[in-house]
Ligand binder design. Structure first.
Ligand SMILES: NC(=O)c1ccc[n+]([C@@H]2O[C@H](COP(=O)([O-])OP(=O)(O)OC[C@H]3O[C@@H](n4cnc5c(N)ncnc54)[C@H](OP(=O)(O)O)[C@@H]3O)[C@@H](O)[C@H]2O)c1
Length: 252
């Protein structure tokens, strides 16, 4: 995290389920970045998404992070029964109590995005979902436009799977960039905010340097072809809470 902060990252993505909120908080205290510069996101784990545990669990997260409120609070996964309105009301309560600046969701299907949109008049600032070139997420992109809930990506480089495709190196050469930078730029040009993770200084640095080039529409189209791979990482049965995306997302 020290490297990321030095390079200029200010958006921090954590979650109750990651078990690292206390470490993130300790690192932030050591680094001394002004709070106003940071955008801290955490996510409520599904077992805390009920009236009794939601706010107490959030207060516990804030204690661990060493902050009065998070900038963005997400539901980590949709509720098991698919009824999103009660969960959205709990998010609203977090804002009302001043414990969260903004709210959003994660792993929501298009239908759930619509239901969430109808359940609140507050802005929903993200649906954080698996998003990379090896997965067709056109249905979610359309839902983002229709609902005004922007997508943000996770597994942005498909945990390294993208690097098995020479196309990204081919395209990267033309821009003097790396395959990873091409992948991240493709995500940005889809209108999706990026969440990245790396343990290596050179990769952390590379992932930050994607604002100084633009992929041509021809190269965007060449990458789009790989959506048909339909490679998923956060999926059932390994992750039982993983969304079953709307069927059209798998059609071409
Ligand atoms: N909402 C959710 O349900 C959910 C689910 C999963 C993840 N997330 C969030 O998304 C973040 C990122 O997702 P992720 O870690 O699962 O997948 P990812 O970003 O696709 O993959 C991370 C892996 O890619 C490698 N990598 C990163 N940048 C690279 C580069 N420039 N060149 C080569 N390799 C590179 C890293 O290796 P090195 O360390 O060797 O660089 C790391 O092993 C997580 O940290 C988490 O905050 C959210």
């Amino acid at each position: 995290m020290t490297t990321a902060i030095e390079i200029g990252y200010r958006a921090i993505d954590t979650a109750q389920a990651y078990g690292n909120e206390a470490d993130v908080g300790a690192a932030l205290r050591t680094l001394g970045v002004p709070r106003s510069e940071l955008c801290i996101t955490t996510k409520v784990r599904p077992s805390n998404d009920c009236d009794e545990r939601f706010i107490p669990s959030l207060r516990e997260s804030l204690d661990k992070l060493g902050v009065d409120r998070v900038d963005v609070l997400l539901l980590h996964f949709p509720p098991a029964d698919g009824d999103v309105a009660p969960s959205v009301r709990r998010l609203e309560e977090a804002v009302r109590l001043g414990l969260a600046g903004h709210i959003g969701v994660s792993n929501f299907t298009a239908a759930m995005m619509n239901a969430a949109r109808s359940a609140t008049s507050l802005p929903l600032v993200a649906n954080q979902v698996e998003f990379h070139p090896l997965l067709d997420q056109r249905v979610l992109l359309r839902a983002a436009t229709e609902t005004g809930i922007p997508l943000s990506s996770y597994c942005s480089v498909a945990r390294g799977e993208v690097f098995k495709y020479p196309l990204f190196d081919d395209i990267a050469k033309g821009y003097g960039k790396t395959a990873a930078q091409v992948v991240l730029r493709w995500i940005l040009q889809k209108g999706v905010a990026i969440t990245t993770m790396s343990t290596r200084r050179e990769n952390i640095r590379a992932n930050f340097a994607v604002m100084d080039f633009v992929l041509s529409s021809v190269d965007m189209d060449r990458i789009d072809v790989l959506n048909a791979t339909h490679y998923r990482i956060v999926d059932r049965p390994r992750v039982p809470d993983a969304p079953v995306f709307d069927p059209a997302a798998t059609q071409h």
